[in-house]
Write a protein that binds this ligand. Structure first.
Ligand SMILES: Nc1nc2c(ncn2[C@@H]2O[C@H](COP(=O)(O)OP(=O)(O)O)[C@@H](O)[C@H]2O)c(=O)[nH]1
Ligand SMILES: [Mg+2]
Length: 266
């Protein structure tokens, strides 16, 4: 893993000890083209006067996304590079670990898709809900007010099916969306997760990591809530990276391991 700092660091633990929680935004990215730099540029207007730092985890992109991002010279962006593609789970793990090196326990770590389908303008409400006492806030496709625009019928069916399977087999209070990639976490709950599970906190290399994270945090007693999100899949320019068959198999395996208590020993 190599880390490239495109901008000087402006936030340190020492400088903002008693201020509002700082926000570290992890963007796992693999071949997202211009969508990535457009997204990173939109956090300034979406979060005026709020301290944030963006950590792009470039997972071996082979397109022009990183060149475009560097050329844009957007403030508060660091790029962490995996020389080769390792998958979404590894990218999220890298993002968490780098963010945790820089955070205090009361800071906030966000993760969202880099494909321009998640709105940074939802972030302010999610921050508020962490400050109100939640440990994890999920941008959800299954709440009153949620809207999913442009997702084809097959992905829609899979999305509802996976929500149903997880809710039936692995119920978590307040959670309907186990797989959405847009979430905010209190840094202290992620610290606790790495202390408890060590390197085994995230073992799923692919998209099933999202359900794995939430199931494991639930076992640690995390407090969850969801906010309705508008998923703009119609604005997605890049092709989806999801490997559907593999994600279904890994998710079912997760459910089985969770039900048999396999995670308790890890
Ligand atoms: N770092 C990394 N990110 C990935 C990989 N595959 C997908 N992503 C990112 O994970 C997010 C979700 O992927 P996406 O294609 O948007 O999935 P979809 O929205 O479910 O169709 C996006 O930000 C991708 O760039 C990967 O192999 N490595
Ligand atoms: Mg996406």
């Amino acid at each position: 893993m190599t880390i490239t700092f495109t901008q000087p660091q402006e936030m340190t633990n020492a400088t903002i000890e008693h201020g509002p929680p700082r926000l570290f935004i992890v963007l796992p990215a693999f071949n997202e083209g211009a969508a990535l730099s457009q997204l990173t540029a939109s956090f300034g207007p979406a979060l005026p006067n709020y301290p944030f730092q963006i950590l792009v985890v470039d997972d071996g992109s082979t397109d022009d996304s990183m060149a475009l991002l560097e050329a844009a010279r957007i403030a508060h962006v660091d790029i962490i590079r995996h020389p080769q593609n390792k998958g979404l789970g590894e990218a999220v793990k890298t993002g968490f670990l780098v963010a945790l090196e820089r955070t205090n326990a009361h800071d906030i770590i966000a993760v969202m898709d880099s494909d321009g389908t998640h709105s940074p303008y939802l972030m302010a409400r999610m921050i508020q809900l962490i400050q109100e006492g939640n440990d994890v806030v999920v941008a959800s496709r299954y709440r009153y007010g949620s809207q999913v625009v442009g997702l084809d019928w097959f992905r829609t069916l899979l999305s509802h099916g996976s929500s149903w399977v997880f809710r039936m087999t692995t119920p978590i209070f307040n959670i309907k969306d186990y797989t959405c990639g847009f979430r905010l976490y209190r840094a202290s709950i992620l610290q606790k997760a790495f202390q408890t599970y060590g390197d085994r906190f995230i073992t799923e290399a692919g998209f099933a990591c999202m359900a794995e994270i939430i199931i494991k945090l639930n076992k640690l007693g995390a407090l969850f809530c969801e906010v309705p999100m508008i998923l703009r899949y119609d604005q997605k320019v890049s092709t989806s990276k999801i490997k559907i068959a593999r994600t279904i198999l890994r998710s079912l395996n997760l459910v089985r391991r969770s039900a048999t208590g396999a995670y308790q020993q890890q």
